[in-house]
Write a protein that binds this ligand. Sequence first.
Ligand SMILES: C[S@@+](CC[C@H](N)C(=O)[O-])C[C@H]1O[C@@H](n2cnc3c(N)ncnc32)[C@H](O)[C@@H]1O
Length: 224
Amino acid sequence: MTWVVSPRWAEERRRDPYYRAAQQEGLRSRAAFKLLFLQDRFHLLRPGQRVLDMGAAPGGWSIVARDLVGPRGQVVSVDLRGFEPMEGVTFLRGRVGDPRLLERLGPKPFDVCLSDMAPTVSGNYDVDQARSVELAELAYGLAQQVLVPGGNFAVKVFQGDLTQDLRRKIGSGFERLDVTKPPASREASSEMYLVGRRFRGSVARPAVGREVAPSAPLDPNGAR
Ligand SMILES: C[S@@+](CC[C@H](N)C(=O)[O-])C[C@H]1O[C@@H](n2cnc3c(N)ncnc32)[C@H](O)[C@@H]1O
């Protein structure tokens, strides 16, 4: 018989305390605890801020971000996959790396950009690591275009040979760069997070004069 989900994996998941806690607390994914850890350690988000959540499905980080920025803040979540609607979160189905996404995001800059994007794992570590670095570079590329000066950024990447360059590249854009692995990351996982604080750049697009009125919501389908 071919198992879609192996019985061992299902059993491990049942025993996983982060998975169980996420279910109990309605957090949609155990990944939510990774953002809670990053917030606890680095204070990335504050009430009233605008947050871009890249690779957001099924939505664990978006829930945490929404609750941290509160009703005066805004969370815009992007993913290739669908996303069950969530109160207080604007979801755009799309691909980070698609140049059309920038326009769909509108002209307002973001105070915080987050990326928990991950490639579909092939089993070949070198290939998966290269893809993960590519996604992290795409996330940083978009952040450079939409992040306010002084803004914060966190991105997931699989550790390996290619991460040194990425660290240098992202590090040069922020006053401070930290590298961390949250306890909720599985021990066997090679993932880590690069956390850049206080963006040195300036938003490439005009932030003033093209404000989006509250009555002009982002278009989740990309039509304008
Ligand atoms: C580990 S999951 C994210 C979990 C999420 N942070 C949460 O808390 O529920 C990684 C996500 O990255 C998305 N992804 C991968 N490449 C992407 C891309 N280029 N653009 C947008 N999303 C992408 C995948 O579809 C997947 O949903």
